[in-house]
Design a protein around this ligand. Structure first.
Ligand code: PEP
Ligand code: MG
Length: 605
């Protein structure tokens, strides 16, 4: 009998329809197999364990060799961690008790490792001491390393899943997403995460349909089940019936037809009906997106999130490695500007080599994140800035600073640059005569409120509405429990966007918007009305936003913004925006019909 069709509704974070086979990922603890052994097998089992310990030590020594190229606090922390783990493998209670358990309890060594970790855990917990709790984490990690070695299961990403898979997991990190191979993976479904979290942003940038925030989903779906994922509507269908599959195949075909229509816009200008030109850039998470910039006709990269260089590795990229990557990207942009943001580590963005030193505290989003981390870890900042300054010799590059909340932070970075540039020149590095512009992300309410002062030290602004909304409304952008409250159209957030655009206009500096709001065509009219003339978004979103722009009047958009900014009632704001969008939508539809009739190329589509 066919398994029954079941539907789940979560947060749709990356549009598109995927049909595929469930790959249920166990990203958490490995379950150790457990079986009894005969007395005569004890020696063999102990030998297996000794070999596993030796292999784990080799892995850690290889990591140590890599870590020796690190500098500063990160190197120190990482060094301590590796030392501690190596030490534990050299005869600690963990190792000693595994041999004892094998001999006494006559179980296989995987089971003995799991039991040994459990026993140590129990004893440490009884001590109720924060220092011991931290050591406990080390014990667990070493235990996991041993288990993975014994079970030949290296810490794996999703590179080797079968073709046509839809990943189902409790949690997928941005780093996991970066490793996903689009040739094999159709989409993914998780229990945690919200629409503006970095995993969601990654999914959109890879064009992978994704639904997040489905509590307990990994227990609901069996590996191998057939799935439909509607990443726009947030719907996941398990064991779809033939009728359901037909519906979704038809939707897929309609979406493909719409994409083909949108492709015709690539070489047309992003100009409103009354002639206002808007610069549309792309946000780039991974260098693979370079081709997409040209494909969608972007005027530049408005935000290169440099975190990808730090992900999925135990060490840090040095200046040379970063320079090579940036140089290739600058060259690939063929004269269009590349805006590179310094490292924004912390919050929900983690880089393995930096975790130890960025520390997450109780409130990671309010902690040592982004520019705060960089100013405290000068070597990391200097290596990034040096790579950027050198890459700027090959084409237009702009430097962008994340999570700025005071003028002093910008001045400090400028001082680092001023010190760095002559040193690089003395070293013989080729730098541009005029150093690249330095811009400030406006993504903390304090920055928006102090935009007038920041405009004096910044060459441009870029509004990050993802964090601005989160910090203004005190709503975690990556938490599915409060996802329904996350609202960039909240009057308080819009007020801060307006403050920023007005301060930029007064100071005569450009202002871009690079939060996810910029890529949502429902907000295009409002943003134009608020004075934005530069927007940066995922390549997937750009053609739709361009179509909107080409069918609206900036003058009408200004009237919309004026009406919105004098309205306090959130539902009335939504109605105003909807009415405006309906009118634009009708124009798009009418233009499509006209085009069909006349087959001329002149009408906006
Ligand atoms: C933002 O906060 O809006 C932004 C663009 O930065 P990120 O999403 O990388 O935090
Ligand atoms: Mg941000």
């Amino acid at each position: 009998m066919r398994a029954k069709e079941r539907r789940f509704k979560g947060v749709g974070v990356s549009p598109g329809i995927a049909v595929g086979t469930a790959y249920v990922a166990d990203r958490g603890a490995l379950r150790a197999p457990e079986y009894r052994i005969d007395k005569s097998e004890v020696a063999a089992e102990e030998a297996r364990f000794t070999a596993a310990v030796a292999a784990a030590r080799e892995q850690l020594q290889a990591l140590q060799a890599k870590a020796s190229s690190l500098r500063g606090a990160a190197a120190e922390e990482f060094g301590y961690l590796l030392d501690a783990h190596l030490h534990m493998l050299a005869g600690s209670r963990l190792v000693r008790s595994v041999n004892a358990i094998i001999a006494k309890e006559l179980v296989n060594c995987e089971a003995a490792v799991a039991r040994s970790v459990e026993q140590i855990e129990g004893d440490f917990r009884a001590l109720d001491d924060p220092y011991m709790a931290a050591r406990l984490q080390d014990v667990r990690e070493v235990g996991m390393r041993l288990l993975r070695t014994l079970m030949s299961r290296p810490v794996a990403g999703f590179e080797h899943v079968p073709e046509g898979s839809i990943i189902v997991a409790d949690e997928i990190t941005p780093a996991d997403t970066a490793l996903m191979d689009k040739g094999r993976i159709e989409g993914f479904v998780t229990a945690t995460g919200g629409a503006e979290g970095h995993t969601a942003i990654m999914a959109r940038s890879l064009g992978l349909p994704a639904v997040l925030g489905l509590a307990g989903i990994a227990n609901e779906i069996h590996a191998g089940a057939r799935l439909v994922v509607d990443g726009g509507e947030g719907v996941v269908i398990v064991n779809p019936s033939a009728a359901t599959l037909r519906v979704y195949e038809a939707r897929r075909a309609a979406a493909a037809a719409d994409r083909a229509k949108l492709a015709a816009l690539t070489h047309l200008p992003a100009t409103t009906l009354d002639g206002e030109e808007i610069r549309l850039h792309i946000n780039m998470e991974l260098p693979q997106e370079l081709a997409a910039a040209a494909r969608v006709g972007a005027s530049g990269v408005g935000l290169l999130r440099s975190e990808f260089m730090f992900m999925n590795r135990p060490d840090l990229p040095d200046e040379e490695e970063q320079y090579e990557i940036l140089r290739t990207l600058v060259a690939g942009m063929a004269g269009r500007p590349l805006t590179v943001r310094t490292l924004d580590v912390g919050g929900d963005k983690l880089a393995d080599a930096l975790n130890a030193s960025s520390g997450d505290g109780g409130n990671p989003a309010l902690g040592l994140r982004a520019i705060r981390y960089a100013l405290k870890n000068r070597q990391v900042l200097e290596a990034q800035l040096a790579a950027m300054l050198r890459a700027a010799a090959h084409g237009p590059l702009r430097i962008l600073l994340p999570m700025i909340s005071t003028v002093d932070e910008v001045s400090e970075v400028r001082a680092v640059m001023a010190d760095l540039a002559p040193r690089l020149r003395r070293r013989g590095a080729d730098l541009p005569e005029v150093l690249p512009p330095v811009g400030v992300m406006i993504e903390v309410p304090a920055a928006a409120l102090a935009a007038d002062s920041l405009a004096r030290v910044a060459d441009f602004f870029s509004i990050g509405t993802n964090d601005l909304t989160m910090y203004t409304l005190a709503i975690d952008r990556g938490n599915e429990q409060v996802a329904h409250l996350y609202d960039p159209m909240n009057p308080a957030v819009l007020r801060l966007v307006q403050f920023t655009t007005e301060a930029a206009r007064r100071a005569g500096i450009p202002v871009n918007i690079c939060g996810e709001m910029a890529g949502d065509e429902r907000f295009t009219g409002l943003l134009v009305g608020l004075g934005l003339r530069e927007m940066s978004m995922s390549p997937l979103a750009l053609p739709r936003v361009k179509r909107r722009l080409r069918n609206l009047e900036a003058a009408a958009a200004r009237a919309l913004a004026e009406a919105v900014m004098t309205t306090v009632d959130r539902s009335r704001i939504a109605r105003l925006v909807e009415t405006f969008n309906d009118a634009v939508g009708q124009r798009i539809f009418a233009a499509g019909q006209d085009k069909r009739r006349s087959r001329t190329q002149h009408i906006h589509i």
